[in-house]
Structure formats: C-alpha cells, structure tokens
Design a protein around this ligand. Structure first.
Ligand SMILES: Nc1ncnc2c1ncn2[C@@H]1O[C@H](COP(=O)(O)OP(=O)(O)O)[C@@H](O)[C@H]1O
Ligand SMILES: O=P(O)(O)OC[C@H]1O[C@H](OP(=O)(O)OP(=O)(O)O)[C@H](O)[C@@H]1O
Length: 186
C-alpha cells in the first residue's frame, strides 16, 4: 500500500471584481494552517498593486502558455491570466490550495483538478460598486464594465460549490467559509 497522500483540493475563489476574493483568500490562509495561495501570472504591471501576482507582458505570457507553463489560462478585462503548472507542487504539501479564478473557466478547472471546490462570493450591488471605487485601481469606465459581469452565473455541472455573501464583515465571511470548507477538505 502506498503511503502517499492525495493532492490537496484546489479551492477556486470566484465572484465579481471587488467582491473580496483576494481579501477572503488572505484571511483564510491566515486563519487555517495548511491552506496556501497559488499566485497568478497576469499581463499587468506589478506596480498596479492588489494581490501578489507575477506580472509579465503578453509576449512572455503567450510563450509560457505555449510551453505548457499553465495549468489553466484565460482572458478577461483585456488581460491574460494564468495559473502556473507549479500548483501541483503546492497541492502535494498543503491541505488546500486557493486560487482566484474566472467563473468562465470553472468547468475546465474541475476537469483539470478532480475534487475542485468552488467558493463563490457575492455582495450587494451598491457594496460592490463602493469597494471597486475604494480600491482605486480602475477608471470609471473599466469599473462599470466589470460591474456588468457581477451577476454572471456559474456553469452547470460543478460538483462542490460553497456560496457565501461577503457584503458584511470579512471575519464573518471567513468564519463561515472555514466551517463549510473544513469538513470537505479534511
Ligand atoms: N467583507 C469586507 N468588508 C469590507 N471591505 C472588504 C471586504 N472584503 C473585501 N473588502 C475590500 O474591498 C476591496 C476589494 O477587495 P478584493 O479582495 O480586492 O476583491 P477582488 O479580489 O474580488 O477584486 C478591497 O479594498 C478590500 O479591502
Ligand atoms: O469571468 P469572471 O468570473 O467575471 O472573472 C473574470 C476575471 O475577473 C476576476 O478578476 P478580479 O476580480 O480578480 O480582477 P483582477 O484580476 O483584475 O484583479 C477573475 O479573477 C477573472 O480573472
């Protein structure tokens, strides 16, 4: 009998821009030893701030993509996003690996990562608009475009979905998320 542990589940944190995906991910990792975050590669300058990510230009991104460097990649908001293939090494040593994904890539993610858990966050429309504005990274036009995707549905056929409203305090969301995720990821 092998004594190798199965890879940790990938926990895809999804929801509209400004809903709090990165904040919830950071708070979950701070509260739950064994959880870690897989950083994304994004065609955005690292100085833009926000989550910790690897910023590359489109030529470098497409080179990495063609070389099989991404477990998943997609385009949104005029940017290209990739989840490095190195996520498998993180899964080998963790209890859960959190990634910020597009809702549009979830079916592919479930096929790529068996046992995928989706943590789907929502917030009231006025809260979303306020948070996006407070973040201050996008101009008004880009913010308005992002808000039109706020209610985008999840694809059919996802097997493990945890849905939470993050309109209230971050701590409340994280406590609820841990209670719902831990039995599943233990
Ligand atoms: N529960 C919350 N209560 C108050 N502010 C929050 C909460 N969750 C996130 N925020 C704030 O909202 C903004 C957007 O959060 P962020 O985590 O960047 O969202 P996303 O990754 O979904 O775009 C940030 O300024 C963050 O500090
Ligand atoms: O298909 P959707 O579910 O609408 O998602 C589209 C993109 O928006 C989200 O980005 P995020 O809110 O993190 O914005 P950012 O990557 O520009 O920070 C998500 O991480 C995807 O990259």
């Amino acid at each position: 009998m092998s004594d190798r542990r199965a890879p940790a589940p990938v926990i895809a944190v999804v929801g509209p821009s400004g809903v709090g995906k990165d904040s919830v991910m950071e708070a979950l990792v701070a509260r739950q030893p064994g959880y870690c975050i897989q950083r994304r590669v994004i065609t955005r300058p690292e100085e833009a701030g926000g989550e910790a990510f690897t910023g590359v230009d489109l030529v470098a991104f497409e080179r990495m993509e063609a070389a099989g460097g991404f477990a998943l990649s997609w385009r949104a908001h005029g940017l290209a996003y990739g989840i490095p293939a190195g996520i498998e090494a993180l899964r080998a040593g963790a209890q859960g690996v959190l990634v910020n994904l597009s809702r549009g890539v979830l079916s592919e993610a479930q096929a790529r990562f068996p046992g995928l858990i989706v943590l789907s966050l929502s917030a009231d429309p006025e809260v979303l608009a306020q948070r996006l504005a407070a973040r201050g990274r996008e101009d008004a036009e880009d913010r308005a475009r992002r808000l039109t995707r706020a209610a985008a549905p999840l694809p059919e056929g996802l097997r493990r979905v945890v849905t939470l409203d993050n309109s209230g305090a971050l701590e409340a969301t994280v406590t609820a998320a841990l209670a719902l995720l831990q039995p599943e990821s233990a």
